[in-house]
Design a protein around this ligand. Structure first.
Ligand code: DGY
Length: 322
């Protein structure tokens, strides 16, 4: 009997793949850092029973419809806004993501962004490297305190919880807003729920961790930024399009908020001419929330196990719908 065919849209370490080759015919796109061209993805999807995709691959209805034998798309990310899940349901294609394995790593990075923006770390590093360091002075590169300040987390999923734990270690006053209230999390962590407008208007730091959906697109717009404290620092570690970047830029220019830490952008990658990069009070990172070697390996392994489980009839471990 022919082995099921799996196409992986990036070149991944062979040592993680090899044990799966016994049961599956596996082919990978040739590049580690360049996304698979659309035409190649289309041609491979038609032949595949399983796809292991990245967040840079658009798995839309057209692709799913044309792939008659396709049974599962295993996305190597916790977010899956690059996949048309409704179309996948329609054509009976399972979709999986990689929750849990990246929670702490992404929370570490999110809190790093908050600290970096608050304490002006990038400016300070550039200052030393640029040979500008003169005599000590009382307010040289003075930033904002983090400890004992109020943190508002928008989106209380697993990563939100992990960020809250870190913030509590800094004695922050942690509140959250979520589509549905999470009373067990409130009790477990001793944090409070606040309505959106109350949280936005009173937090010293606002962290965005909501998934990108039709409802959350441009959730952070000029109105939201206007309502924030002018001393507030905004952090986005979810998906770029949740923020209207033009409105964020205007709010920063107008001094409506103090600064921002961003791991994600509306269009990625951004160019070096992006106006947010010209602002000293904005820290920009290249979507590295889950980028530790251990976690990326765990994400690959979970994606492969999802493919294996589903294609061998034992069920996927982390399907996004059932
Ligand atoms: C995810 O898993 O959705 C992250 O954005 C990838 O780092």
């Amino acid at each position: 009997m022919e082995k099921p065919y799996i196409f992986i849209t990036r070149k991944l370490p062979e040592n993680l793949i090899e044990e799966f080759r016994e049961q599956f015919d596996i082919k990978m796109w040739e590049s580690e850092d360049q996304p698979v061209p659309r035409k190649v993805l289309e041609d491979e999807a038609v032949k595949a029973q399983g796809l292991l995709t990245m967040l840079t691959d658009q798995v839309d209805e057209e692709l799913i419809n044309s792939a008659e034998d396709l049974r599962i798309v295993a996305n190597m990310a916790v977010g899956y806004d690059n996949i048309d899940v409704e179309a996948a349901k329609k054509y009976n294609v399972t979709v999986t993501n990689t929750p849990e394995v990246l929670t702490d790593t992404t929370a570490d990075l999110t809190f790093t962004l908050l600290l970096t923006a608050a304490r002006r770390i990038v400016e300070a590093v550039d200052y030393v490297k640029g040979g500008e360091w003169g005599p000590w002075s009382p307010f040289l590169l003075a930033g904002s305190d983090v400890h004992h300040k109020k943190l508002g987390i928008i989106g209380m999923g697993r990563i939100g919880e992990a960020v809250a734990k870190r913030a509590l270690g800094f004695d922050m006053d942690v509140v959250y807003y979520n589509r549905s209230r999470k009373e067990e999390v409130e009790k477990k962590l001793n944090i409070r729920y606040e309505e959106w407008s109350e949280l936005i208007a009173s937090s010293d730091y606002v962290i965005c961790l909501v998934p990108l959906t039709d409802q959350t697109k441009h959730l952070f717009n000029n109105q939201a930024f206007k309502e924030m404290k002018d001393s507030a620092i905004f952090v986005n570690a979810s998906r770029g399009p949740v923020v209207n970047e033009q409105h964020l830029l205007e709010a920063l220019r107008a001094g409506e908020i103090r600064g921002a830490g961003l791991d994600v952008f509306e269009e990625e990658p951004i160019s070096s001419a992006h106006p947010l990069l010209a602002m000293d009070n904005v820290v920009c990172l290249p979507h590295i929330g889950s980028a530790s070697t251990e976690t990326r390996e765990a994400m690959i392994e979970l994606s492969l196990k999802n493919l294996e489980g589903h294609l061998l009839g034992n069920g996927a471990l982390t399907p996004v719908y059932s």
